[in-house]
Design a protein around this ligand. Structure first.
Ligand code: HEC
Ligand SMILES: [Cu+2]
Length: 376
């Protein structure tokens, strides 16, 4: 027969004073945080940053109040109900049963809090998806272990430095050429994963000149910790002259001949003239090796519908269901080589360009020969 428990009386003399103390602490926390300007710890360098901060502030205020009450009562009650000398060893605290108003309260208060948090968050999130107009679109490509930025007027990417004009709405499209990286700009308060084959979009308007960090937040290999880029926010005139200087430094864009037999571009990004590899002279066996290293993660060598990330490439030239390439060009060696140079983004996804795929002119010739040989 179980011994009858002897409940202690009441919830202790300190319960109400402690409740008053915790309420006062909560009010102090909410007021103090409300008056704190987060920008003094971490500057807000772009327009949605203030909204993100106010959302964070609200969450920290509510979370802080919950924390204060839960831990305040936990500490108080463990003192109030501690075992005293002379206590029955089986004594337990006062038991509450059938207290519907209390139970309703436990149910209603968290529900209201969670609904309120969702409502505010969704509103801000929705605002972030809206374009504030667009003066400039830059593509950011993550590599092991650096960032490349592609501007519409430049044909070579700019490494590590994302220059942006002050007070102009900008769209940054982020992706990766190899593994998953992160694009986190703490001072902009925005973050997106850089995923191969997927393009994520960030929109903001820089409002504070200066140089800020871009931090990789997905473990991406041995040098992940040092994968840090820069955002340089500068007045529009300074930005324009920077962009012009980049264009000047890289020289004219290479001409990619469209007619067959296609002669690959003679001007190599390195500056010197690289070996010109006519597509017609590609070596299919060498191409197969390059394919395994650079392409097979996204492409099978089956039919068009055997998709991995991109379509199957086994019958590029002899598939009656797909007489044209995804670009709309009629399938030919030259058209394949063209896609390998320029990349292509269509409804299926993003086919990286030559630079992102890290392949040379000779690789392109060999790959083209290999892909053509598959169609025989
Ligand atoms: C990150 C994934 C990815 C990698 C790596 C990649 N591709 Fe692609 N590729 C794609 C996607 C996606 C498409 C389709 C684009 C679209 O139409 O939306 C594509 C399209 C193509 C096409 C056009 C196919 C057609 O039927 O028109 C060719 C050719 C091609 N890729 C060749 C290559 C070769 C060769 C390599 C290796 C150097 C390579 N790709 C690497 C994703 C990739
Ligand atoms: Cu990384």
């Amino acid at each position: 027969m179980a011994k009858q428990f002897a409940p202690k009386k009441g919830i202790g003399p300190g319960f109400w004073p402690v409740t008053v103390l915790l309420t006062a602490l909560s009010v102090a926390w909410v007021v103090w945080l409300g008056r704190t300007d987060f920008a003094t710890f971490l500057p807000e360098a772009a327009v949605p940053a203030d909204q993100i901060d106010s959302l964070f502030k609200m969450l920290a205020q509510m979370g802080g109040v919950v924390f204060i009450f839960v831990f305040g009562f936990l500490i108080y009650l463990s003192f109030a109900y501690r075992v005293r000398s002379g206590d029955d060893v089986h004594a337990i605290g006062v038991q509450m049963h059938d207290a519907p108003s209390l139970e309703l309260g436990f149910w209603i208060v968290p529900t209201i809090m969670v609904c309120f948090i969702s409502w505010v968050s969704v509103q801000i999130w929705y605002g972030l998806q809206q374009s504030p107009g667009n003066a400039l679109t830059v593509e950011a490509v993550g590599h092991q272990f650096f960032y490349d930025f592609r501007y519409p007027t430049l044909w070579k990417p700019v490494s590590q430095e994302l220059h942006l004009p002050l007070n102009e709405p900008v769209t940054v499209k982020v992706t990766s050429s190899d593994v998953i990286h992160g694009f986190w700009a703490p001072e902009i308060r925005l973050k997106a994963d850089m995923v191969p084959g997927l393009v994520n979009t960030l929109r903001f308007t820089p409002t504070r000149p200066g140089t800020y960090r871009i931090v990789c937040t997905e473990f991406c290999g041995v040098a992940h910790g040092s994968m840090i880029g820069k955002i340089v926010i500068e007045p529009k005139a300074t930005f324009k002259s920077w962009l012009a200087a980049q264009a000047h430094a890289e020289g004219p864009a290479p001409v990619v001949a469209a007619a067959a037999p296609m002669v690959a571009n003679a001007t190599h990004p390195g500056g010197g003239s690289a070996a010109v590899a006519p597509v017609a002279q590609g070596d299919a066996t060498a191409g197969k090796v390059v394919f395994a290293a650079h392409c097979s993660s996204c492409h099978s060598v089956g039919g068009f519908d055997e998709k991995l990330v991109g379509p199957g490439l086994g019958h590029l030239l002899n598939d009656p269901a797909h007489p044209a390439l995804v670009t709309g060009e009629k399938a030919s060696a030259a058209a394949i080589a063209h896609i390998l140079h320029t990349g292509y983004t269509g409804p299926i996804g993003m086919m990286p360009n030559q630079q992102q795929n890290a392949i040379s002119e000779a690789d392109i010739a060999n790959l083209t020969a290999y892909l053509v040989s598959l169609s025989k």
